[in-house]
Design a protein around this ligand. Sequence first.
Ligand code: ASP
Length: 595
Amino acid sequence: MYKTQTCGELRISDVGKTVILAGWVHRYRDHGGVYFIDLRDRFGLTQVVINPELSQDLANLVQDVRVEWVLQVTGEVKPRPAEAANENLVTGAIEVHAEKVTVLNTCKPLPFSINKEENTDELIRLKYRFLDLRRERLQQNLELRHRVIKYMRDFLDDHGFLEIETPILFKTTPEGARDYLVPSRIYPGQFYALPQSPQQLKQLLQVAGVERYFQIARCFRDEDQRGDRQPEFTQLDMEMSFVERDDVLDLVEELFTTLCAKVVPEKEIVFKPWPKITYQDAMDRFGKDAPDMRFGMELVDLTDFAKGCGFSVFENAVESGGNVRAINAKTLGSYTRKQLDELTEQAKLWGAKGLAYVKIAPDGEESSPFKKFLSAEKWDALLRLLDAEKGDLLLFVADKKAVVYDCLARLRVLLGDRLGLRDPNKLAFCWIVDFPLFEWSEDEQRWDATHHAFTRPVKADMELLDTDPGKVRGAQYDMVLNNYEVASGSIRIHERALQEKVFSLIGLSPEIARERFHQIMDAFEYGAPPHGGIAPGIDRFVMILANEPNIREVIAFPKSNAARDVMSDAPSEPMPGQLEELHLKVVLPEPKKQA
Ligand code: ASP
C-alpha cells in the first residue's frame, strides 16, 4: 500500500495516528535545519515536518529533495503550533512528523512553475501538458468537467435516455466544415470520414426505436483555425422521438438549470425560465444571435430617423439600402477624444467606415461632430430615441446592415467589459428561435442550410418552400449563454420526400444526395417517428463555468491554436511503408514563392 490517506484528508481529529502519504513535493522550506515539505496529491496538500532531532539520517536525505519529486512519507499526525495553523487549507490544523521518507522518483528542473501561476508561453505548456495539468487551476478544470458530464449522465439516465456510442469511422455528415478522411487499407482508394457530428446516426437511432438517446460525442471538423476552434471537440449529443420544439427546450433547460445549481452553486442563473427570443429580435436588439444578456445597452434602430435628418452620412447609408443604429454607453460620456479615436479605429478594424458619436459630459455639455447638421428638433428627437442623459456616450454606425449589426455587437461587448457589466458569476441563458431555414450563399449562388440539411421547416411556412425559400423558418433553436452559442438543435425532417426537397433546394443533385445519404432517406421509408434533438458543446460550456478565456484550458490534451498536437508533434509524416500499404502517394504543394 503506497498511502493510507490522501494529502487532503487529515484533520485535527486524526492527531496521534501514524499515516503513510504519497505525492509530489509542492514546496519545501528549510527553517534552520528543520525541513517543511508541502506534499501534494490530487486531493490536497499536507505539511510534512522533518526534524533532525528525530533523525539526522532523514534530515540528510531530504536536503536533496526538490520540487515535484515523488515521495512516500510515514509519520505521526500532530497538531500544528497555534501560530502555524493555516485556516485557508483544509489540512491546515495538522502536520505529519516524518519517521520514514522514501524517494519514489526524482524530477528534472521544471520548464515552468507548478506551485504558482505565472505567464508561460502556451506552446511550452502544451509541450509539457503532463506537467501543466498538475497545476491547481487545470486540476480544477478537469474536475469541473468531470462533474458536469457526470451530472448530465445521471440526469439523462433518470429521464429515460440511453447512452449509445456511434462509430468514429463513418461517412460524411456535414455540419458545414470539411471532413477528416481516413484511408482504407482494405479498399484501396476509398476513405471513411470522421463524423462532424453523429447527426445521421442519432436520427437513425430514432428510426431504430431508441426514443431517447444521448452520447458524450467527439466531433471532428476540419475548419480553418480561427479563434477558439479545435479540430476535435465534445458535445452532449441528444435526440428524442415524438417531441415538439418545446419538449426538447424544456428538458434541456431543466438539465442545465439544475446542473448549474449543483455544480457551480456560487453562480447566479439570471433568468428563470430562460427567455425565448426570435433570431430577428436578437439581431435587432444585440446585433448578433448569441447575445450577452447580462446587461442592456441594446441597439436602437435609427434607420427611419436617418431619412432626411440632415446628416449626409446617415442619409446616404439609408438611401443605399443600409442601416443606422446606435448604442448608449451609459456613464462613458467622460471619454476623451483619444479614447473615442481609439474606439473609431477599432470599429474600422471590424469593417465599419467610421463611428459617429454624441458625448454628453457629466456636466451636461453636449458635443458631437454631426450636431451642426441636425435641426434642434431632430437633435432632441435623437437624444430621446436613445434615452440619453448626462454622462452618456452614444455611438452610431451607418453602413450595410450586416456591418452595423456586427460592429455594434462587438462594441457593446467591449464596452460591457470595460464597464464591468459582464459578471462571470452570472449565467444568462436564453433560447434563440425562429431562424430562417436557409441563407443565400453569394459565393455559390444557392441556398445553404443555416443549421443543417436535416432541419424541419416550421409547419406554417411549408408552402413557402416552393415559392420563397428565404422566408421559410426552420424548427431550430440555439441555446445561448453569456455571449456564446452553446448548443444548436432542431426538430428534424422524417419523411423522404421532404428530405429530398430540402437537399435539392441546397443544390444537392438527387444522385449525390442518394450516394451520400441513402441510408437516412431509406430509413425514413420504414416508419420513422417524428424526432428532434440538440447538441450542447461541452468544451465551451465548461469554459464558461470555469471563467476560462478559451476551450484549450478545459480539454486535457488540446491541439494548439494552429491545430497541432505540440506534445506528440502531430500531425507528422507516416512511418516507412505506411503509405504504400494504404495505396497513397503524397503530392506536396509547391513551396510558396518569396514575394
Ligand atoms: N448536429 C448538430 C450540431 O452539431 C446538433 C443537432 O442538430 O442536434 O450542431
